[in-house]
Every structure is written in structure tokens, then in C-alpha cells.
Ligand binder design. Structure first.
Ligand SMILES: [Fe+2]
Ligand SMILES: [Fe+2]
Length: 160
């Protein structure tokens, strides 16, 4: 079985997301030669749809993970909007390719930029925000527990 590899710069720190990003990179690498070499437009469209469907799955899965890990509603809404824009753009490009108004090469360039900017920058930012929200919540909990134990402390009976 082929080992997936991903540039360490792409690692967000959330394992499930990193695994899916690695799969996306691998999928692009595997389909790129077929997309470039194929003379059949329907085949190129089918291969791009494979990438599109994986992207749709990944975005949905990522949004669920962000929600489960407690990303703020504001951040989540913003991120979902970005995913919608990216899927809409890919859908548009595939449609343009079908109309022979777009080339496979420019769509591959868009997908590469998309990964480099969205997965590295925007997902990286979302996961960093998530971790800092979790750290803040944990420190608030510790402060609350400390103040609760101080409130219940009786100096006349220090050992309870
Ligand atoms: Fe992602
Ligand atoms: Fe994302």
C-alpha cells in the first residue's frame, strides 16, 4: 500500500483533518496525469467530479469536527461560507470545461492554489483558533475550581 506523505507545513494539528488533506493531495497527484493526458472531455469531467465529491465530503466532515471541538459559531459560519465558495467555484470551472471555455491546466492550477491557501492558511487558522479557545476554556475551568475550593475553605477547620 502506498504511503501518504504531506509537507509538514500543511499539518494543522487535528489528525482527522490532516489525514483528509493528505488524501486530497494524494488524489490530486494520482489524477493529474490522467487529466492532462486524456483526450476525452467526459473522462476529464468525471475525474474532476471525483475530486469535487471528495472535497464536498471533506468540507462537511471538517465542519462537523470544528463544531464537535467547539469552534465559535462566528468562525464556523465564516468557514462554511468559504467552503461553499470553493465548491461553487469548482462547479463553475467544471461547467466551463464541459463548454470548452476552460482548460484542465487552469483548473489544476486553481485546485493547487485552493489547497495551498485554504487548507494551509484558513484551516490552519481555524484549528489554531480552536486550540486557543479550548485552552481559554480550560484555564477558566481551573480558575472556577480554585475559587470554589477557596469559597469552601474554613480557616477554623482547615482540614475539613
Ligand atoms: Fe480542509
Ligand atoms: Fe476548511
Amino acid at each position: 500500500m502506498k504511503t501518504l506523505s504531506i509537507n509538514p507545513a500543511f499539518v494543522t494539528g487535528l489528525d482527522e483533518i490532516d489525514l483528509q488533506h493528505a488524501f486530497f493531495v494524494d488524489l490530486l497527484a494520482r489524477l493529474t496525469p490522467a487529466l492532462r493526458n486524456s483526450k476525452s472531455l467526459p473522462r476529464q469531467v468525471r475525474l474532476l467530479q471525483e475530486i469535487q465529491l471528495f472535497a464536498a465530503f471533506h468540507f462537511h466532515s471538517e465542519e462537523n469536527l470544528y463544531r464537535e471541538h467547539g469552534l465559535s459559531d462566528h468562525q464556523l459560519t465564516h468557514h462554511q461560507k468559504r467552503h461553499g465558495e470553493l465548491l461553487g467555484a469548482l462547479n463553475h470551472y467544471i461547467f466551463q470545461l464541459e463548454q470548452e471555455k476552460e482548460t484542465v491546466e487552469s483548473i489544476l492550477a486553481v485546485l493547487g492554489d485552493w489547497f495551498a491557501f485554504h487548507a494551509v492558511e484558513e484551516d490552519g487558522y481555524a484549528v489554531t483558533t480552536l486550540f486557543s479557545q479550548q485552552a481559554e476554556a480550560e484555564s477558566r475551568n481551573q480558575t472556577n475550581m480554585l475559587s470554589l475550593s477557596l469559597q469552601s475553605f474554613d480557616p477554623d477547620d482547615p482540614f475539613g
